[in-house]
Ligand binder design. Structure first.
Ligand SMILES: NC(=O)c1ccc[n+]([C@@H]2O[C@H](COP(=O)([O-])OP(=O)(O)OC[C@H]3O[C@@H](n4cnc5c(N)ncnc54)[C@H](OP(=O)(O)O)[C@@H]3O)[C@@H](O)[C@H]2O)c1
Length: 329
């Protein structure tokens, strides 16, 4: 039985942590909910019992076995070493530690063995990376990836609670024939798409796109794998979608790819060539699996496949993956 704390328990990911801990019967001795001063004293139900939110401080970690961090990178950088010092294992949802050599970056279906080498901190990958590598790994094992091209369609809840509220407010304003006010995103997200997630880098890609490149290479253990990503925010509440094209060293038929994907852990293949015979974010929201559909030969490439991947980024892309890592430990 483990004493567990969630730092950032009141946010979009923190809420998903509480839901997944309830759903998965995690062996909990106690649960401590931590957030900012704004939330101190707030009561949150866990398995029918009210838990009181406490302020995240350097003293929050006494007696904790596992601390899940979901309060943003700056707070992870500041508090995670203190949690480790207090004897806890940290599983961090931010990008703060992901590319450090001595910090394992783990997706339990793909590289569970990496978790054992931790020195107190294990990083949870970026949400878009997680669902992509879950789908790539069985194909890579069978035929060796030589190139990956991905375009994402990312839900607003990927930006946290404030973005969810902005989309709701803008949709409401639209139905009232009022101007759409944008405080969180640079332009309206309602009825729009934004090819811009995180900051722009010198090479013209965004940081979110480069996270998908660097983290995928680290998780799959192929440091020079050619990958190119275009990350797009869409007016979807929850669950990210990805259109992926791969090339492999060995030819994979559509049938073989379907067989590999449907027998891989954590994947549901939904792929019938008829209206609705593919996964969509609305139906995938609040589920724990990664869904794959639209599997077809890429007609623009010799050894190429194209497919569509959808997963709940608050669950598999964040809280669920982190809890699966804790289960591994
Ligand atoms: N959203 C996703 O799909 C997703 C997926 C993967 C990873 N992540 C990562 O997970 C982290 C959380 O994201 P989110 O989407 O859940 O954000 P969010 O909805 O904005 O929640 C932020 C959380 O951090 C807490 N917090 C903010 N300032 C704090 C402070 N000074 N001290 C203590 N707690 C503080 C907030 O507490 P208050 O409520 O008290 O302000 C809240 O609980 C980020 O690092 C993000 O990159 C997010």
């Amino acid at each position: 039985m483990k004493h567990v704390a969630i730092a950032g328990a009141t946010g979009a990911v923190g809420t998903a942590f509480i839901e997944i801990l309830e759903k998965r019967d995690f062996p909990l001795a106690s649960l401590r909910l931590l957030a900012s001063e704004r939330s101190v004293g707030k009561q949150i139900l866990f398995k029918g019992e009210p838990l009181t939110v406490e302020m995240l401080t350097p003293h929050s970690f006494e007696g904790m076995d596992i601390v899940f961090f979901a309060a943003g990178g700056e707070h992870s950088l500041h508090f995670a070493p203190q949690a480790v010092e207090a004897g806890a294992v940290v599983i961090d949802n931010s990008s703060a530690f992901r590319l450090q050599d001595d910090v394992p970056l783990v997706v339990p279906e793909v590289n569970p063995e990496a978790a054992a080498a931790h020195h107190g901190i294990i990083a949870n990958p970026n949400c878009s990376t997680i669902q992509m590598v879950v789908a790539l790994a069985p194909l890579h094992r069978a035929a060796q990836l030589t190139r990956v091209i991905v375009s994402t369609y990312q839900a607003v809840s990927g930006s946290g609670q404030a973005a969810i509220e902005e989309l709701c407010d803008q949709l409401h304003a639209f139905t009232q024939d009022k101007p759409l006010q944008s405080d969180f995103y640079p332009v309206p997200i309602a009825l729009n798409v934004l090819p811009h997630i995180d900051v722009f880098m010198e090479n013209g890609y965004t940081k979110e796109e480069m996270k998908m490149v660097d983290e995928t290479r680290k998780i799959l253990g192929v440091p020079d794998l050619p990958i190119s990503a275009t990350c797009v925010r869409v007016p979807v509440m929850r669950a990210h979608s990805e259109a992926i094209q791969i090339e492999t060293r060995d030819k994979l038929s559509v049938e073989e790819a379907k067989r590999l994907l449907s027998t891989a852990p954590g994947i549901i293949v939904k792929d019938s060539r008829e209206p609705g015979g593919y996964p969509t974010p609305m139906e995938v929201a609040q589920t724990q699996e990664t869904y794959v559909g639209r599997i077809r030969e890429d007609i623009a490439s010799k050894n190429g496949l194209a497919f569509w991947v959808v997963a709940d980024q608050l669950y598999k892309g964040a809280a669920l993956n982190a809890i699966q890592i804790a289960e591994l430990l």
